[in-house]
Design a binder for this molecule. Structure first.
Ligand SMILES: C[S@@+](CC[C@H](N)C(=O)[O-])C[C@H]1O[C@@H](n2cnc3c(N)ncnc32)[C@H](O)[C@@H]1O
Length: 289
């Protein structure tokens, strides 16, 4: 498999492309009467179809005990498989349109109870626009070093979602594929990757210094800097951690240690995050802070 299209059989591509077109057309039908309702219908249908791609691709296995196809993403990876099962889209089996539609309906229903509204924006967390002291604590859930190639995996869903929603949500689908360079993960180098990021120690000499800076640049907020310490600790890079705290003076910032202490109290006992932040705190005295 070398291209995105290889993830689907020709028949599945035709079926998914046809459903994408019909989904756009349905929304247009309502547009003149009620634009907001039309957009809501389109988003719900797009979610349904997106779920459907997970169950209608060339890497779906056959589940013997349930006698139905199994979705590709049982974990955050695209694994090699040995068998192939294809759903008949008009049937009542897993991956068929009636079942996917029902699942979307069931999962959206509880949200109708929510009366509060919130705000969300699509932007990179590496460019913090809020002031540093806007809250006592900013909670975040960043990627862990190179554990999961989120943006590469997201492309699987992005292509069809963009096809359906580009007109109603242009801001969410402006790039050709999911943004890779801004993503704060370290990519393991492989021949098909176009990313300019890499693992500095392993790729010494191959990765440009600007891309190293992009991945390992000190963050804009105290929280970013604590996270950076945790990641360096987790990766066993104690010299780099010392450089960051001592040579680059970040360890002199009392707010960094205070926040690390708060996070230590917040993270569940036994979690990796607690182990990492405690590991950073344990080095405080030894480094002279
Ligand atoms: C550990 S996951 C968060 C999972 C999420 N909290 C949840 O429970 O579903 C890390 C997420 O950070 C996103 N991410 C990576 N780089 C980012 C960046 N520069 N700005 C914002 N988000 C980013 C990844 O795409 C991924 O979805």
């Amino acid at each position: 498999m070398t291209q995105w299209g290889d993830l689907f059989s020709q028949r599945q591509l035709l079926m998914l492309a046809t459903l994408s077109r019909l989904t756009r057309e349905i929304a247009r039908k309502y547009e003149k009467k009620d634009a907001i309702f039309a957009e809501a219908v389109q988003v719900c249908m797009a979610i349904t179809l997106s779920r459907g791609t997970d169950l209608n691709n060339s890497l779906c296995r056959w589940k013997q005990d349930a006698e139905c196809p199994v979705n590709l993403f049982g974990r955050q990876a695209i694994p090699m498989v040995w068998d192939f099962a294809e759903t008949v889209i008009t049937s009542g089996s897993s991956g068929s349109w009636p079942i996917m539609f029902q699942r979307t309906y069931d999962s959206i229903l509880p949200f109708l109870e929510i009366r509060n509204s919130g705000n969300s924006i699509l932007t990179t967390a590496t460019k913090q626009t809020l002031p540093d002291d806007v809250a006592s604590l900013l909670a975040t859930d960043p990627p862990y070093y190179d554990a999961i190639p989120y943006s590469h995996l997201s492309d699987f869903f992005y292509v069809f979602l963009k096809r359906i929603l580009y007109e109603s949500c242009p801001g969410l689908f402006s790039s050709k594929l999911v943004e890779k360079t801004e993503e704060i993960v370290v990519d393991r180098a492989h021949s098909l990757s176009t990313s300019n990021k890499g693992i500095p120690d392993e790729n010494e000499g191959k990765v440009s210094s600007s891309s190293k800076q992009a991945v390992f640049a000190p963050g804009a907020t105290v929280l970013d800097r604590v996270h950076q310490c945790m990641l360096l600790f987790a990766a066993g890079r104690s010299d780099a951690l010392k450089r960051f705290l001592v040579d680059e003076d970040h360890g002199k910032d009392a707010k960094l240690w205070k926040l690390a202490q708060s996070l230590s109290a917040l993270y569940p006992t036994g979690s990796n995050e607690k182990r990492w932040v405690d590991g950073v705190l344990a080095r405080k005295k030894g480094l002279g802070f």
